[in-house]
Structure formats: C-alpha cells, structure tokens
Ligand binder design. Sequence first.
Ligand code: GAR
Length: 210
Amino acid sequence: MCESLVSPDFSRSKAAVQTPLKLGIMASGSGSNFAAIATAISKNILPAQVQIVIYNNPKAKVAERAQQQGFPTKLINHRDYQNRESFDEEIVAALKAADVDWVIMVGWMRRATQVLIDAFLGRMVNIHPSLLPSFPGIHAIEQALDYGVKISGCTVHIVTLEVDSGPILMQAAVPVLPEDTAETLHARIQVQEHRIIVDAIAKLASNHVV
Ligand code: GAR
C-alpha cells in the first residue's frame, strides 16, 4: 500500500530527472532528527533541501538549531487559534508559500486534521518512537516500558487522519534493557531514528522525478 503512495508515474515522461526534494519540516522538540536531516543534506547524502521549519512551541530548541544554521523558520503557535482546523489552515498556507513537496514531521506532537491531510495527501511522513502499531500517541516510550516489551524501536510512516496509523515506510528495532529509563530507551531509539528518517527521505527522493 505504501508503495502506491510513493511510487512515481513514469508514463508521461520518457526522460525522468531526479530533482532535490523540497522539504517542509514540522517539529517542536530538541531538533535532533531535524539536525540529522540537515547534516545528510549538507554532506550530499540526501538530495533534498529544507524550505521551511515550522514549530508550534515558542521554546522549541529545534527553532534555535535551524535559525543558527540559516534555515527559514516559522512559529505557528496552536494557542493562537480557535480550533485545530484553523491552526492547520495556517500551516498549509506556510507550507504552500514555501513551495514544499513533502512534509516531514519530526517531533510534531499535534494531531493532523483533514485540512492538512487533504493539502498534502500521501506526501507527509512522521517519525514515531515505537514499533507501530504498538504504542501510538504521545507517551510511546513510557508505555513500552510499562508494558514490559523486550524490543522497541521507531517507525517512519505516511501521515493519515488516525494518529500514528498510516502506511509504514521504515522501521528499526532496539533492545529494551532491564535497567532502562524513558531517557535511556529514548536515546537508544533516537540513534535509529536519525538513520531511518534520512533513509526514508532518500527513498522518497529517489522516487521524485520531473
Ligand atoms: C522523536 O523521538 C520522535 O520520534 C518523537 O519526538 C521526538 C523528537 O525528537 N515524536 C513523537 O513522539 C510523535 N508522536 P527530536 O526533537 O530530537 O527530533
């Protein structure tokens, strides 16, 4: 199913040319996944460019990181909007104004409404710190520890209306150790996140032709 969402249509073009993928980043955490993406781009590992970094928490470290590296950023604070739809309308306007091909959610903790889904249908990915479909939602790591799973990991998936439920593009597993806290398990998962988010975007980029 995910292949049908990302596979290119070669039928109209004989000479398909790969172009850099124009990314819109949505994030409001520390920005380590964003940093992994930016590093891969700067090392020419990833044929992509960051058009805009949208964040909703005024204190998000990702904004500082992005601004220090000269990327355009935009604060869209959900508290300034009456409902989720009007918040997402503002996000869609910013992504369109920035001429974004694909939206990459890395540490975005707000549920996407139909407004956002429709505007970038099949062109939004999210990274989540569990092996979906286990432990969707905002406390995935704590829930994995509470449940006592012995293996956890991370998932990159296409964003759909239902939270953390879209077609899976990539996953990586990590062991859960008896002495793990949420912090130590998250740190182990993040090592894998930084790898698979870059690999997943590279896969999307390799399918992106004009
Ligand atoms: C990541 O671990 C990501 O999986 C998680 O937020 C963290 C952001 O880290 N996302 C979710 O939990 C979404 N449900 P970062 O700011 O260091 O990239």
